[in-house]
Ligand binder design. Structure first.
Ligand SMILES: *Cc1c(COP(=O)(O)O)cnc(C)c1O
Length: 421
């Protein structure tokens, strides 16, 4: 796959634009996304599935309207986990029929909003949700299309925080209870059973766990057929990994080929919910070295992006590649790249061999997924700007926050109120 962030004459480019010039123009920390990379990553999934399925991008990986609108315009569907994400998809021009709604804790308000919008499918995660949805659909005089999200109890060999398909995880419905839930769904007047699904984890680098999950779901499909329940689609979830360091995950084509082969001649459609594999390598975070500090034990490069801007290293012990924006000949040393936030967990990378000095720009690669969307205002830091690049064009898709944005909605406490001691 081609790289849309590559050096030209020692200067890092985002597609055809010079990253140092973008940083000078828009400031740092700055997220930059490549439209061509997003399109290519989506296209790999669409081509892999062809007519036999659909791609529902997992909005939570990167929910910027610029990203969502680009994917929607290229025919992508969406996997949402909240009413807020539904609003984003609709604002980005996504078609409600292409939306599937996952999540263990949907509120009645969210169920109603999704029913009114006419989304394509509710991925049910509990028997209680089924009853809530039937009632909400009845009140609106509609039928709710559902798939049951199963917990296939397979080990995805990933970080415990992003393993979701084990029996002890909170997600999905236990395989042993699934038939009962389907039978109840079949008998409810405002429910229409469409499919079955799962999502076993994230940053998976092997095909085998997906195959194991599909195998278990296909056993259930047979049992359901005996109960008179015919499904239209199977949703294998997201979770395909990317190469942050030296991982070599399978291509979407290889994964889909294996799964479609297992489905054989059955007329079941295959739905996929990739997030990371579409967005991660389509984004970078650009940050500037504020100063360097040598303590005798460690070399620290303090940069202007902190854990509030990029949480993955602190939250998941994630290793993210850090490279210089300008490839200059400098004596290399081993550095911890740390942010300004008052936490020892505030680092972007540890023990990195780099030639750097105060004022340099650094680029964190693989920052298109689970990066900006996890950012916060901790330490009253304004969140970074987000920029979309397409060829020679750049467009801000989220403005850098201002201090006024930070204070919006807050007010001082009225100490002289009568009830106040
Ligand atoms: C997070 C999530 C995804 C996307 O996972 P990736 O690892 O980003 O591909 C898909 N489906 C569900 C239900 C999710 O929660």
């Amino acid at each position: 796959m081609s790289d849309f962030f590559a050096y030209k004459e020692g200067r890092l480019c985002a597609e055809r634009l010079d990253v140092a010039e973008l940083a000078a123009r828009y400031g740092t920390p700055l997220y930059i996304y490549s439209a061509a990379a997003l399109s290519a990553n989506l296209c790999a999934w669409q081509t892999a599935l062809g007519e036999r399925g659909a791609v529902c991008y997992a909005v939570k990986a990167n929910s910027n309207l610029g990203v969502l609108s680009l994917l929607a315009a290229r025919g992508c569907g969406f996997d949402i986990v909240s009413g807020g994400e539904l609003e984003r998809v609709l604002a980005a021009g996504g078609h409600p029929k292409t939306v599937v709604f996952s999540g263990v804790g949907k509120t009645v308000g969210e169920l109603r909003a999704a029913l009114r919008a006419g989304i394509g499918c509710f991925n049910l995660e509990s028997a209680a949700e089924l009853e809530m949805l039937n009632e909400a659909a009845g009140a609106l005089g509609v039928q709710a299309p559902v798939a049951v999200r199963l917990n296939p109890d397979v080990n995805a060999n990933t970080h415990p925080y992003i393993a979701t398909g084990l029996r002890e995880n909170k997600f999905g419905i236990d395989m042993a209870q699934a038939r009962e839930v389907y039978a109840r769904a079949r008998d409810l007047p405002h429910i229409r059973v469409l499919g079955a699904g799962c999502h076993i984890g994230s940053q998976l680098t092997e095909i085998a766990p997906f195959e194991a999950a599909l195998e278990r779901i296909l056993h259930l499909v047979d049992a359901l057929a005996a109960d008179g329940i015919e499904l239209e689609h199977l949703d294998i979830g997201g979770g395909l990994g990317v190469a942050y360091r030296d991982e070599s995950p399978p291509a979407p084509a290889d994964l889909c080929a294996a799964l479609l082969e297992r489905l054989g001649g059955q007329r079941l459609r295959l739905v996929v919910e990739p997030g990371r594999s579409i967005a991660a390598n389509a984004g970078i975070l650009v940050t500037q070295v504020l100063l360097t500090k040598q303590t005798g034990v460690k070399n620290f490069a303090v940069v202007d992006a902190g854990m509030n801007d990029l949480l993955r290293p602190a939250l998941y012990q994630a290793w993210m590649r850090i490279i210089p924006v300008l490839d200059q000949p400098r004596p290399a040393a081993v550095w911890d790249i740390v942010g300004p936030v008052c936490e020892s967990g505030d680092f972007l990378g540890k023990d990195r061999t780099l030639g750097l000095a105060a004022g340099d720009l650094l680029c964190v690669r693989g920052a298109g997924a689970y990066s900006f969307c996890l950012s916060s205002n901790y330490n009253s830091r304004s969140r970074a700007a987000e920029l979309m690049v397409c060829g020679e064009r750049a467009q801000i898709v989220r403005q850098r926050e201002t201090v006024a944005d930070l204070l919006r909605g807050e007010c001082p406490f009225a100490l002289d109120a009568p009830q106040c001691a």
